[in-house]
Design a binder for this molecule. Structure first.
Ligand code: SAM
Length: 258
């Protein structure tokens, strides 16, 4: 049975322990929904709440399924939106199978949910509203992270703007950010090499005496070969791992395997 049943309600009507910060700013909802491509097919919304986003998703055409852990809200939404399949379900357990995933993410679940999304194979596009810092980092704005480097061959991340905390009720302590993730139709690194590529990116981030040294040690190549590969891909000698752009990671990997 989903684990929410006996939790108390906060004075705002939003249950803090469920990350219930409801989006009430209509232009933001429209913007978020405009990032969904109906031609892709069925839509799965994670954490539908009272249906602020669901209502608009339901007008797009493809079938919409909405997951909600709060059984009272799930029941109310099922009555309000009969065309939507509303499931009282835990998004951390329910299969994430639909062409497009959409969520105003319960902020306390951002990291495990993102991990779950990125390891689920059943979707091709994902539109998320997360904490601003998470959205910004994931989209590599201001420098890449190990996670963005490791995801780059399989996914494209794009930031679509900041959402002030006052656009939610109750207002969370930080602003939100809209992030889209598109699965690349053709991965930039062969799937069979995923584990070794991820280990390589980790070693480059852990660092060494220089970027060339770290790249060489990550790829089990000498520093000279690593320096040549960095030059070939257009990465400056004095760059740091965080300066390497998403598409340069896979180019570097290919250059080192030749
Ligand atoms: C930030 S609110 C978003 C609600 C609504 N989509 C909106 O934008 O107003 C997150 C929603 O996710 C629900 N939720 C929290 N944990 C969940 C889980 N594990 N599985 C499914 N829904 C969950 C909460 O009850 C809440 O309604």
């Amino acid at each position: 049975m989903p684990r929410s049943s006996h939790m108390p309600r906060s004075s705002h009507g939003g249950r803090h322990e469920l990350g219930q910060n409801f989006l009430h700013h209509q232009p933001t909802i429209r913007h978020l929904v405009s990032l969904v491509d109906p031609a892709l097919g069925p839509i799965l919304e994670i954490g539908a709440g009272s249906g602020a986003i669901t209502r608009m998703l339901a007008t797009l055409g493809p079938p919409v399924t909405a997951l909600e852990l709060d059984e009272h809200r799930a029941r109310a939404l099922r009555h309000a939106l009969p065309s939507v399949t509303v499931l009282h379900a835990d998004a951390m357990r329910h299969p994430l199978h639909a062409a497009t995933l959409v969520s105003n993410v319960p902020f306390h679940l951002t990291t495990p949910l993102l991990r779950r999304v990125l390891t689920s194979r059943g979707w091709s596009r994902c539109v998320l509203l997360t904490q601003w810092e998470v959205a910004r980092k994931r989209a590599s704005v201001g420098g890449g992270t190990l996670l963005s480097a490791q995801s780059a061959p399989w996914y494209e991340f794009e930031l679509h703007g900041r959402v002030p905390s006052r656009h939610f009720a109750p207002a969370p302590s930080v602003d939100g950010g809209i992030l889209s993730i598109s699965r690349r139709a053709k991965p930039l690194v062969p799937v069979a090499q995923r584990a070794s590529y991820e280990a390589f990116a980790r070693e480059v981030f852990v660092g060494g005496r220089s970027l060339a040294h770290a790249v060489g040690s990550g790829a089990r190549r000498d520093t000279g070969a690593a320096a040549r590969a960095l030059r070939e891909v257009g990465i400056a000698r004095d760059a740091r791992a965080r300066d390497i752009r998403p598409e340069q990671w896979s180019a570097l990997w290919s250059a080192l395997r030749r």
